[in-house]
Design a protein around this ligand. Structure first.
Ligand SMILES: NC(=O)C1=CN([C@@H]2O[C@H](COP(=O)(O)OP(=O)(O)OC[C@H]3O[C@@H](n4cnc5c(N)ncnc54)[C@H](OP(=O)(O)O)[C@@H]3O)[C@@H](O)[C@H]2O)[C@@H](O)CC1
Ligand SMILES: Nc1ncnc2c1ncn2[C@@H]1O[C@H](COP(=O)(O)OP(=O)(O)O)[C@@H](O)[C@H]1O
Length: 548
């Protein structure tokens, strides 16, 4: 179900009242972490007993979580090696790990690795430092599990060089002797010719997490991140997926308020719960009427695809607003589609670049109404031109824009008055979708492998990623029809109330993306995709949930 993401500061703030009341949050966090690690070890090795676990311990509470979890694993028969990376760490955590039998290696610190005078000041000799480093590398290479407890929410960007070089060397040696399986775990060969599967788990947040490519070799690339209390917003950025691996949220009893969230991650459970079902006493108008202006002489198929998916989504009525030619194609396939004018609860405009005369007629028909519109493909060009948005027909209603990166690049270049390329957009999809939503005042659905929906206030909805088979011509037309049908359905239900809040509209749009994804798992081309929408809606309406 919906998981809301919060800035780390909000989560840290929510810990305070519990800590003040004497609640041992670290005990909750480390217990859950130990359970997770135990599951991973059982899965990869069959048992915990005899496994090898290496803990990178930083200077703060993040190390405390890792060390207490390691102590629990030691009590179940795991061999634990703690590598302390600073001249201090979490004392109680370290003591617990030692009591449970952990060995400790003090990795040479920054000063020791760079300043020769520290030897004279009583630090270990160069040979001893080299030996310690070799010990750490040996331990890392033979570990089944490595825990990143270097920094958590208290971390600042950039690892000290002695840690960065350790990670770099480890990644290099693991890369030289390993391959990566589909789950992301590393399988490495060592000494005796046996193979081990190694899993790297980041505690709360991977240390030095950043979306930047530079220096990525020196950073933690976790297979899993076990995060505590609330989903931290930085963990959901698609650009950091290679560093976080799969993110697992552990509830430690914090009270977080959705109003403080900056994003929402939605999945199939949200679709099962939130997809609109017919009310027992409903009728076609109460279930919503969607108008579709899609298709042209050049691209008639777009009209068919957009209308098909809208019809199949289970809306009350679909009106075809385009040319006679498109209407004939459409009605030949869907006899229920209506060409007569009349009331509408949402309109989709643009797929297949309908001719201007139909666009102008549609805009006129929408004047003095608050009917929401979904603008796709050619209709996106209406946004950001002097004569649109501000003070005109678009400003009077909820607007959903559904560009892919190329279309968003054009739109943003107009809105911001500078050239924005699609590669810049692909490098930061959340940031650019937010920027477009903020400057246009519209809900922006940026299509791609990880589709992002942004509201003008910056709030984002991230639907789980869809299958790559969706990347096929006409797939976006199908999506536009789905979104239009859902917006019409919710708007029809809500029409006597104040307008739907933007975040709610963004959530509804997110449900549309999930319908599209589910149809994508049942089809390999856009024609079949439009038909599969009927299967998806049928399962949701008649069975109550998707068959997956
Ligand atoms: N609050 C709670 O009860 C709970 C907290 N929990 C856990 O605590 C974690 C937060 O712990 P934390 O606040 O101690 O911060 P943490 O990230 O361990 O390290 C801070 C230390 O690192 C240092 N430092 C940072 N960056 C650096 C850099 N780049 N290079 C060098 N040094 C750097 C920094 O130095 P300073 O900034 O003070 O100079 C400071 O000494 C949280 O993520 C979760 O795992 C859970 O148990 C749930 C309950
Ligand atoms: N690699 C991918 N993985 C998952 N979904 C994808 C991928 N590439 C594209 N998609 C989805 O496929 C659809 C393509 O839409 P669009 O580019 O508008 O196609 P068209 O204009 O041909 O209809 C979007 O919903 C997008 O999110």
């Amino acid at each position: 179900m919906s998981v809301f993401a919060y800035p780390s500061t909000v989560i840290v703030e929510a810990e305070r009242p519990l800590l003040d009341a004497g609640v041992d949050l670290m005990a909750r966090a480390s217990r859950a972490l130990a359970h997770f690690c135990a599951d991973v070890l059982r899965e990869s090795r069959g048992q915990i007993f005899g496994s090898r676990v290496c803990v990178f311990a930083g200077p703060g509470n993040n190390a405390g979580d890792a060390l207490f979890a390691a102590a629990a694993l030691a009590r179940r028969g795991a061999h634990i090696t703690v590598v302390t990376l600073f001249d201090r760490t979490h004392d109680q955590g370290l003591a617990a790990a030692r009591r449970a039998g952990a060995s400790v290696i003090s990795s040479p610190s920054a000063e020791e690795t760079t300043d020769p005078s520290v030897e004279a000041a009583g630090h270990c000799s160069a040979e001893v430092r080299a030996q310690l480093r070799a010990d750490v590398m040996r331990e890392l290479s033979r570990s089944d599990l490595v825990l990143d407890g270097i920094f958590g929410t208290g971390g600042r960007r950039g690892l000290p060089e002695h840690i960065a070089s350790l990670i770099r060397d480890w990644r290099h040696s693991a890369g030289a002797n390993s391959n990566t399986n589909t789950a992301g775990t590393r399988t490495s060969r060592f000494g005796t010719g046996t193979y081990t599967t190694q899993t790297l788990i980041a505690v709360d947040i991977p240390s030095d997490l950043s979306p930047a490519d530079t220096g990525s070799e020196d950073r933690i690339h976790a297979d899993h991140t076990v995060t505590f209390g609330g989903l931290k917003a930085e963990l959901i950025d698609p650009r950091v997926a290679a560093f976080t691996g799969t993110v697992h949220l552990v509830d430690i009893g914090l009270e977080l308020h959705e109003s403080q969230a900056t994003a929402e991650v939605v999945d199939t459970d949200d679709l099962n719960a939130g997809f609109p079902r017919p009310e027992p006493d409903g009728h076609k108008y109460s279930r919503g009427v969607v108008g579709i202006l899609a298709g042209s002489e050049e691209y008639p198929g777009a009209g068919v695809l957009t209308t098909t998916s809208a019809v199949n989504c289970g809306v009350g009525m679909v009106r075809s607003l385009g040319s006679q030619m498109v209407a004939e194609y459409v009605i030949g396939l869907h006899a229920e589609v209506v060409t007569a004018s009349g009331r509408m609860n949402a309109v989709v405009m643009g797929p297949g670049n309908p001719e201007d005369e139909y666009v102008h007629a549609c805009v006129d028909a929408l004047a003095n109404t608050n009917v929401p519109v979904v603008l796709d493909a050619g209709a996106l060009d209406m946004v950001g031109r002097a004569e649109s948005v501000k003070g005109t027909w678009l400003a009077e209603r909820p607007v959903v824009l559904t560009p892919h990166a190329g279309e968003l690049a054009r739109l943003l270049s107009r809105l911001l008055g500078e050239i924005i390329t699609s590669s810049r957009i692909n490098a930061d999809p959340i940031g650019w979708a937010q920027r477009a939503a903020q400057s246009s005042g519209c809900i922006v659905l940026l299509k791609g492998h990880q589709t992002v929906i942004a509201a003008p206030d910056g709030f984002c909805v991230l639907p789980e990623a869809g299958p790559a088979s969706l990347a096929t011509a006409g797939s976006g037309d199908v999506l536009a029809g789905i979104i239009g049908a859902l917006v019409a359905t919710f708007h029809a239900k809500n029409q006597h109330e104040p307008p739907l809040p933007e975040r709610e509209l963004a959530h509804i749009v997110g449900l549309g993306v999930l319908v599209h994804n589910a149809a994508g798992r049942r089809a390999v081309n856009a024609g079949a995709l439009g038909d599969a929408v009927a299967e998806v809606a049928g399962e949701l309406i008649h069975r109550g949930s998707l068959i997956e």
